[in-house]
Design a protein around this ligand. Structure first.
Ligand code: ZN
Length: 136
């Protein structure tokens, strides 16, 4: 298992992971004809998302829609503990893992697809993503 560690600067933020994951696949240095990459975020207030990163407007649209769907302070029971129920709900809604096909050492993402971590309760100094490669 490989680990990617990074920090976030904003309360809600989309962090692009594709380049960092591609580096890990290169470091793995194996000839993977066919395989699967599993990406997992071990956080209750973070998520893994696949979407476009070329246009920053769509990232802003995604964050704004998530804020609309899961407003802060919506009388959630969890808020009596640490006031971040909306962050947990977004994380649950998006999910904390995704699986991708690998062929000939390359992630088979669509043209406009990128792998991202979604911060829902930042800023945080230490966010982690685990990646595992399973070869056929
Ligand atoms: Zn909490």
């Amino acid at each position: 298992m490989e680990e990617i560690v990074f920090s976030t600067e904003k309360e809600m933020q989309i962090v692009q992971l594709t380049a960092m994951i591609n580096e890990k696949i290169e470091e793995f240095n194996r000839d993977i004809e066919e395989g699967i990459l599993h990406v997992y975020a071990p956080h209750a207030t973070g998520a893994i998302m696949i979407n476009e990163s070329a246009d920053p407007n769509i990232q802003e649209d995604i964050i704004n829609k998530l804020k609309d769907l899961f407003p802060k302070g919506d009388n959630y029971k969890h808020n009596c503990i640490d006031n971040n129920a909306h962050s947990h709900l977004i994380s649950t809604f998006l999910g904390c893992s995704e699986t991708f096909p690998i062929r000939n050492n390359e992630l088979k993402l669509g043209t406009w697809q990128d792998i991202s971590f979604v911060e829902t309760d930042g800023p945080r100094t230490t966010r982690k993503v685990y990646i595992q490669i399973i070869e056929k």
